[in-house]
Ligand binder design. Structure first.
Ligand code: ADP
Ligand code: MG
Length: 163
């Protein structure tokens, strides 16, 4: 577990950008936390880090999934409006997770039982009006390495306070 406090939206995007630049085909990043905690801004940063240029990323509220072309395919899934886990099959949830792209899931708690064992989890919470805590928790060898790299890069950059 490793956590970061960001003091504004740009810093949250910057952390996402650093993570996005490190993602590889097949990677899965699960975002947890309440509305307004910063998940979509973080996802925007990830898209930039993946060199997504073709469109501005918005929260895929009605579609559940937005697909982007970047350095590798980027699948942005938002499960906020999921009513029942049985709906996951119709959106092709497993296919995205097993794909050659990088997948980011907002409101991953909505798919709890369907998530694979190996993944990078990020827990978002409000610290104050403009401050958010991002807690990273890696599951599986690949993600432990990814998280160690992220920690090193962000630590070296000193753009954000690290607890
Ligand atoms: P979510 O996707 O988790 O619902 P969003 O990223 O859409 O959250 O929105 C986060 C909201 O919080 C935005 O209105 C943003 O301006 C605000 N905010 C304030 N401080 C921060 C911060 N440090 N990081 C991210 N967002 C922040
Ligand atoms: Mg969102």
């Amino acid at each position: 577990m490793f956590s970061i406090i960001t003091s504004n939206t740009e810093q949250t995007e910057e952390v996402g950008r650093v993570l996005g630049s490190m993602l590889e085909p097949g990677d899965l990043v699960c975002l947890f936390g309440d509305l307004g905690a910063g998940k979509t801004h973080f996802s925007f940063g990830i898209a930039q880090g993946l060199q997504v240029r073709d469109q501005y990323i918005t929260s895929p509220t009605f579609t559940f999934v937005n697909e982007y072309r970047g350095r590798i395919p980027f699948y942005h899934i938002d499960l906020y409006r999921l009513k029942d886990p049985s709906e996951l099959e119709s959106i092709g949830f497993e296919e995205y997770i097993d794909s050659d792209g990088a997948t980011v899931i907002e409101w991953a708690e909505q798919a709890e039982d369907e998530l694979p064992a190996d993944k990078l989890n990020v827990y978002f919470s409000d610290v104050s009006e403009n401050s958010r805590e991002l807690g990273f928790f890696a599951e599986g060898e690949r993600y432990e390495k990814l998280l160690a790299d992220l920690k090193k890069t962000i630590g070296d950059k000193k753009v954000i306070e690290i607890k």
